[in-house]
Design a protein around this ligand. Structure first.
Ligand SMILES: [Mg+2]
Ligand SMILES: [Zn+2]
Length: 185
């Protein structure tokens, strides 16, 4: 065991799994040919296998967190109340431990909007997570970059809209991501 890992274990730190929301938890919506976020509850549709994927990760005693950029709030394209309803639906349906939203846009210069690692770092502090043994699953270069900056292993859900995105691993769907995490952890 490395010194780093031994020290982390002694400090009570544990690995965790960070999931992006749109394209991972729920399906992206295609608007004018662009893959974008749902803006209403009818547009919010689960991805195939997400319930089983999160259940598997939780059965392995790994905490699961959702970290999501929602710039449509700052852009006044979606009401905060609708976002809150989607968040409530996620908590009701999936055994996640915590969820963080960045409601800002680029011009706000916040530290939470992915590719910044702020949401991951904050969750890690709050939940005693060893980021170097943790994973992020996403469908965008911003997820991969946020995870990399936080020191996590990065897993890309491969889609036609994210070809060429750099990641430690590429998988076809969320169940494959869960299986990979259980092999690697
Ligand atoms: Mg996404
Ligand atoms: Zn932010």
């Amino acid at each position: 065991m490395s010194d780093r890992l031994r020290l982390a274990n002694e400090a009570g730190l544990r690995p965790g799994v960070f999931l992006d929301r749109d394209g991972v938890i729920n399906q992206v919506v295609y608007r004018d040919g662009q893959a974008v976020s749902p803006r209403s509850l009818p547009e919010f549709v689960w991805t195939a296998g997400i319930q089983a994927a999160v259940n598997q990760i939780k059965l392995a005693a790994l905490p699961v967190f959702v970290v999501t950029n929602q710039p449509d709030i700052a852009r006044h394209k979606m009401e905060a109340a609708v976002l809150e309803q989607m968040t409530a639906l996620i908590y009701q349906t999936l055994p996640i431990d915590d969820l963080r939203v960045c409601p800002h846009d680029n011009g706000d210069r916040c530290s939470c909007r992915k590719p910044h690692p702020g949401m991951l770092v904050e969750l890690a502090t709050q939940w005693n997570i060893d980021l170097s043994r943790s994973f992020i699953v996403g469908d965008s270069w911003k997820d991969m970059q946020a995870g990399k900056q936080a020191g996590c292993q990065t897993i890309l859900i491969q889609r036609d809209y994210n070809q060429g995105t750099e990641a430690d691993f590429g998988v076809p769907d969320v169940l494959s991501a869960a299986n990979l995490i259980l092999e690697l952890v």
